[in-house]
Design a protein around this ligand. Structure first.
Ligand code: NI
Length: 173
């Protein structure tokens, strides 16, 4: 396993549409292991492969609270089959848009289909934080970031802030 660098805005790779995975094999599991380790190190609760520069339809997630045992989840080729009309607001952040938090409204329940770490097909409803997080991560697979839901002004400010922070950190190295 290895910790990989996380791409941040405005890296154009983040705008790419990720490609479907052909099969869940050891090579893909190695990528998922790297993603999980990178996410835990960041730390974050979800990560899409494109965020480490691999535009394939793979997501990792862990929604365990502090003090709970880790609950890693892996999603290969995830699809949303159904959503409810009711939405819920959540103050979202993103490892590719560090230090920026803004409220986004998303459907509060979604029915999902995906392949797990072993390549087994799973179908289930996600709700609450799980629903918010999987929709945020699946947006990454389409090249969409949570800041794309904000006004143009707020989005521009967010990207500028990340760019400035990056410049500062590269000056100190
Ligand atoms: Ni994100």
């Amino acid at each position: 396993m290895a910790i990989r660098p996380i791409l941040t805005v405005p890296d154009p790779i983040l705008k790419q549409v990720s490609k479907p995975v052909d099969k869940v094999d050891d090579q893909l599991r190695a990528l998922m292991d790297d993603m999980l380790e990178t996410m835990y190190d960041a730390p974050g609760i979800g990560l899409a492969a494109v965020q480490i520069g691999e535009p394939v339809r793979v997501i990792v997630m862990d929604l365990a609270r502090e003090g709970e045992d880790p609950q890693p989840r892996y999603f290969v080729n995830p699809e949303i089959l159904e959503t409810v009309e009711d939405t819920q607001p959540y103050e979202e952040g993103c490892l590719s848009v560090p230090e920026i938090y803004e409220t986004v409204e998303r459907p509060e329940r979604v029915r999902l289909r995906y392949l797990d770490y072993d390549g087994k097909a799973v179908e289930e409803w996600a709700e609450g934080l799980y629903a918010t997080c999987i929709q945020h991560e699946m947006d990454h697979l389409e090249g969409v970031l949570f800041i794309d839901y904000l006004s143009r002004l707020k989005r521009t400010r967010a990207v500028d802030k990340v760019k400035k922070a990056r410049r500062r950190s590269s000056e100190t190295v």
